[in-house]
Design a protein around this ligand. Structure first.
Ligand code: UGA
Length: 441
């Protein structure tokens, strides 16, 4: 099938490349001409494991192309996925300006049936707005009621990809959600996903939009719940890791997303929780649980900083090594990364920060000032009074901790992800602090 993807960020690029992989002809579009230039030259503007190899393969096979013209993309394809950004406004609402622009431009360039599919996370009822924008902007000869009136459909097909494992998640999804208002749209989407053999949940448009809101918010709730539990564990001598394990065997609960730490970040959870709270407010409901989820997430970061300050005693002029900056491993994404809040708070207290991240440093350099960026974990640890593990990159687990200890001025570790081997570090002479790890943990 001929498919256009408008928006070539994480979601758009992964969707485009993976749709080419399962046999479709894809044109990816973005209004950022620089990004399109990079892609046309064979480059990859983001870091996502496995994506560059697939892109190369399908570019060579001619199954994926790039353009900065929505008109061109819309004319080539029957199905148009909208994967543009929906950033948060100051009041927490999702800013849908880009979505409106895409709908308008597609409408102005339509000359046959099109199916527009929302891929970006959008507030429920956005589908209705897109349909209205299309009706209002169709060329006069194709407007509803005219002799050559064009048919179109709007559908919602939310994505559930996680950065870092996006290709895998696309190819082997837990489910595919399709929100449609017509049989034609349902059939087209079923056809697109046929090669994946996944469970398909078909709903109306608003329900599909709601499934996305509810799924991300529920996952964020699990994280804030376990983080709250970790706070009590710390005080009563219990180990949150064992608590999560013990809870996780219950099939009704499950172990996933019960990792206590310094809170969730990224481009999705913080923004989506805000947008869901706002959507609820607008519909006349006070979503108290989600407001607390958000508050607990913020508290977790400030608690971590206070904890470091408390243990270090004097923070001013102390050298603090930071391992990991990205909001999670296997990505270069720094959006709403906990590292930003924690580092800035420690800088405010006069700490000197030395950092290393395997992928996120180019992005982090645009956001962090007065920080020393180092070439490897050991350079970051040199002369440090303590080491913060902020992102659980696999390479940190394999680090030479005897060497690290000898490079540091004081062998103190704050493990913000309960990722390192506490027992081994203590044996090596480190003072180890995890999250919610009371008792002997
Ligand atoms: C999340 C969802 O997991 C995807 O299903 C969804 O498609 C995506 O948002 C989206 O809406 O686009 P992502 O933000 O890439 O994916 O990353 P996650 O793996 O969900 O992690 C989010 C944050 O939660 C990270 O900062 C991570 O460190 C944190 N986290 C995750 C925890 O603190 N504890 C956990 O147990 C799990």
């Amino acid at each position: 099938m001929d498919i256009a993807i408008v928006g070539s960020g994480y979601v758009g690029l992964v969707t485009g490349v993976c749709l080419a992989h399962i046999g479709h002809n894809v044109v990816c579009c973005d209004n950022n001409k620089e990004k399109i230039k990079v892609l046309l030259a064979g480059g990859m503007p983001i870091y996502e494991p496995g994506l560059d190899a697939l892109l190369l393969k399908y570019r060579k096979a001619g199954r994926i192309t790039f353009t900065s013209s929505i008109a061109e993309a819309a004319q080539k394809a029957t199905v148009i996925f909208i994967a543009v950004g929906t950033p948060s406004k100051k009041n927490g609402d999702a800013d849908l300006t880009y979505i409106e622009n895409v709908a308008r431009e597609v409408a102005q360039n339509m000359d046959s049936y099109k199916l527009l599919v929302e891929k970006s996370t959008v507030p429920a009822m956005t589908g209705d707005r897109i349909a209205r924008t299309i009706r209002l902007n169709l060329p006069a000869k194709y407007k509803p009621g005219s002799k050559n009136a064009l048919e179109f459909d709007v559908a919602s097909n939310p994505e559930f990809l996680r950065e870092g494992s996006a290709v895998e998640d696309f190819m082997d999804p837990d489910r595919i959600v399709i929100g449609v208002e017509s049989k034609r749209a349902e059939q087209l989407l079923r056809e697109i996903y046929k090669p994946l053999k996944a469970t398909i949940v078909v709903t109306n448009l608003a329900t599909a939009e709601m499934i996305k809101h509810a799924s991300n918010s529920f996952l964020a709730t699990k994280i804030s719940f376990i983080n709250s539990v970790s706070q009590i564990c710390e005080r009563v001598g219990a180990d949150v890791e064992k608590v999560a394990e013990g809870m996780g065997y219950d099939k009704r609960i499950g172990r996933a997303f019960l990792n206590a730490g310094i809170g969730y970040g990224g481009s999705c959870f913080p923004k989506d929780v805000d947008a869901f709270v706002r959507l609820a407010e607008k519909s006349g409901y006070d979503f108290k649980i989600l407001k607390s989820v958000r508050e607990v997430n913020e508290d977790q970061k400030s608690w971590f900083t206070r904890h470091i300050e408390d243990k270090l005693w004097i923070v001013k002029d102390k050298v603090i090594a930071v391992w990991g900056l990205a909001f999670k491993p296997d990505t270069d994404d720094m959006r709403s990364a906990a590292a930003l809040t924690i580092i800035e708070a420690l800088q405010d207290e006069g700490a000197r920060i030395q950092v290393y991240d395997p992928q996120a440093m180019p992005n982090a350099k645009k956001l962090l000032k007065g920080v020393k960026f180092c070439a490897d974990p050991y350079a970051a640890a040199k002369g440090a009074d303590c080491l913060l593990l902020i992102t659980e990159w696999a390479e940190f687990k394999k680090a030479d901790f005897a060497k690290t200890r000898d490079l540091m001025r004081q062998a103190v570790v704050f493990d913000g992800r309960n990722f390192l081997d506490a027992k081994r570090l203590r044996e090596l002479g480190y003072e180890y602090h995890g999250i919610g790890r009371g008792g002997n943990a």
